[in-house]
Ligand binder design. Structure first.
Ligand SMILES: *[C@@H]1O[C@H](CO)[C@@H](O)[C@H](O)[C@H]1NC(C)=O
Ligand SMILES: *[C@@H]1O[C@H](CO)[C@@H](O)[C@H](O)[C@H]1NC(C)=O
Ligand SMILES: *[C@@H]1O[C@H](CO)[C@@H](O)[C@H](O)[C@H]1NC(C)=O
Ligand SMILES: *[C@@H]1O[C@H](CO)[C@@H](O)[C@H](O)[C@H]1NC(C)=O
Ligand SMILES: *[C@@H]1O[C@H](CO)[C@@H](O)[C@H](O)[C@H]1NC(C)=O
Ligand SMILES: *[C@@H]1O[C@H](CO)[C@@H](O)[C@H](O)[C@H]1NC(C)=O
Ligand SMILES: *[C@@H]1O[C@H](CO)[C@@H](O)[C@H](O)[C@H]1NC(C)=O
Ligand SMILES: *[C@@H]1O[C@H](CO)[C@@H](O)[C@H](O)[C@H]1NC(C)=O
Ligand SMILES: *[C@@H]1O[C@H](CO)[C@@H](O)[C@H](O)[C@H]1NC(C)=O
Ligand SMILES: *[C@@H]1O[C@H](CO)[C@@H](O)[C@H](O)[C@H]1NC(C)=O
Length: 368
């Protein structure tokens, strides 16, 4: 069980060892989780004074890595595992919210090496608050034989369908993460060299970019480039800003290069179709920012090298959900957050923050 730990930024300003003495864990057997408040807004508003955190699982394999998408029909959250080998490919881990977070593993036809994902409404289905998104949309990183692209799955029937596997005939590297614009239905996604870095894809032959795909017509465009590894992406709750993480500091699977990006960029979303005004939103001092989500106050949360980091909409670091280990992604649930740290799954409960998609996905639409 955790408590909220205040961070004294003035003490840290002149003591480079401040953080190494603040809270520690055994990274080969992590069991500590702490809520570090860098700014009173974190304790008072984002979390609330009674928030708590604990570990749910510590497995012998890395079942909790990316995605974290809720489906209301199955009352479950879908998470993708970390890559192990072509002989032990990426699983989908199903967390049953109706049964004490019990977990099971599965794989779907047509989905080879899954990574990020989201809920999605196919063309002509009704979008809206409280309208259950029927399908899961997975990024498939592909392998030496299979294309990388986007695969739709109906978790009620387990039927799957490839909806995209090239840019007008050019192969993607490893499609990484995806969101559906809640008003236009367009699918925005990133592509990065991970399959090559992890040695299950050929060398990249296309830049790391951000794309917008119109699933009803097949129209596809590049909306941003200039990344080493475009990774997580997320809209602000007013849909005026898109955040994109660059995990280029993870130069290969074998190591970090601290001089390359571990950075979140922000863009203006223009006419719901293009991006403009690229700017640096935040850089992280521990690991790299991977999966990213916003809450209804516009705060930006990202999975980083030591847990989750949370910034205000103007880029001030407000606090961390600290567990001392790489936490690639997370999922908001009503009143809480599930944190994916590969072999571990953690939960933060009793928080004020409400994830951007909570109202739509869970039908829980409170006053805040
Ligand atoms: C850290 O955890 C590992 C694995 O359980 C254990 O072997 C090691 O002794 C622990 N280290 C410390 C300092 O407790
Ligand atoms: C806390 O964050 C808010 C919001 O960004 C900022 O206005 C304020 O100055 C910060 N407080 C301190 C003590 O740094
Ligand atoms: C936190 O818990 C304490 C003790 O149960 C209670 O008195 C207080 O009202 C709670 N605070 C909030 C904001 O709910
Ligand atoms: C719920 O699951 C946890 C492990 O995540 C276990 O320790 C606990 O006993 C379970 N509780 C019930 C009521 O099954
Ligand atoms: C997939 O799940 C099975 C069963 O839980 C497990 O043995 C295997 O190691 C998992 N593979 C990966 C890549 O996590
Ligand atoms: C969506 O509806 C329009 C108008 O009814 C129709 O022309 C179009 O074929 C439909 N698209 C799909 C993908 O079903
Ligand atoms: C959905 O709810 C949000 C607030 O939770 C509101 O801003 C938005 O207008 C609603 N959208 C629709 C289509 O009702
Ligand atoms: C594109 O990917 C497919 C499927 O893996 C492969 O057969 C094809 O050779 C690739 N094309 C190029 C130009 O690399
Ligand atoms: C779909 O897959 C899940 C997980 O393996 C399984 O529990 C469920 O029974 C399957 N549903 C159908 C309709 O086959
Ligand atoms: C992979 O492609 C890049 C870009 O063309 C090139 O610089 C690099 O040398 C290639 N790496 C290998 C191992 O072929």
């Amino acid at each position: 069980m955790s408590s909220i730990v205040p961070v004294d930024l003035l003490a840290a300003a002149t003591n480079p060892l401040y953080f190494s003495n603040l809270v520690t864990t055994n990274a080969s057997d992590p069991s500590t989780i702490a809520l570090l408040s860098y700014n009173d807004t974190f304790r008072n508003d984002v979390l609330g004074e009674n928030a708590t955190a604990r570990r749910l699982y510590n497995l012998d394999h890395e079942a909790f890595h990316e995605m974290g998408t809720y489906n209301r029909k199955t009352n479950s959250i879908y998470v993708t595992s970390n890559y192990q080998s072509l002989d032990n490919p990426i699983n989908v881990t199903i967390i049953d919210l109706g049964n004490n977070y019990s977990i099971s593993s599965t794989r779907y036809a047509d989905l080879n090496e899954a990574n990020g994902g989201t809920n999605w409404y196919p063309p002509n289905s009704t979008q809206g608050n409280g309208t259950t998104p029927p399908f899961l949309l997975f990024c498939d990183e592909g392998d030496f034989e299979h294309y990388s692209g986007l695969v739709s799955v109906d978790p009620s029937t387990n039927n799957s369908q490839v909806i995209l596997n090239s840019f007008l005939g050019r192969n993607f590297s490893s499609v990484n993460d995806v969101r559906q614009h809640p008003e236009t239905g367009d699918i925005w996604f990133t592509d990065a060299p991970y399959g090559f870095w992890q040695e299950f894809r050929p060398n990249t032959s296309i830049p790391s970019q951000v794309y917008r795909f119109v699933p009803s017509t097949g129209d596809i465009s590049v909306v941003a480039d200039g990344f080493i590894a475009s990774n997580g992406l997320e809209f602000s709750p007013d849909l005026k800003t898109l955040y994109v993480t660059d995990t280029g500091a993870q130069q290969s699977i074998n190591g970090l290069n601290g001089t390359r990006p571990a950075t979140i960029y922000a863009f203006d979303v223009v006419d719901q179709r293009r991006l403009d005004n690229r700017r640096t939103f935040a850089w992280v001092e521990n690991g790299f920012p991977d999966g990213i989500h916003t809450d209804m106050q516009g705060n930006v949360w990202a999975g980083c090298g030591d847990g989750l980091h949370v910034w205000s909409p103007d880029g001030v670091l407000l606090g961390k959900v600290w567990n001392g280990v790489e936490s690639n992604n997370f999922a908001f649930i009503p009143g809480g957050v599930l944190v994916f740290s590969n072999a571990q799954l953690w939960i933060v409960e009793g928080i004020n923050a409400v994830g951007r998609e909570i109202c739509r996905d869970f039908g829980v639409c409170g006053s805040s």
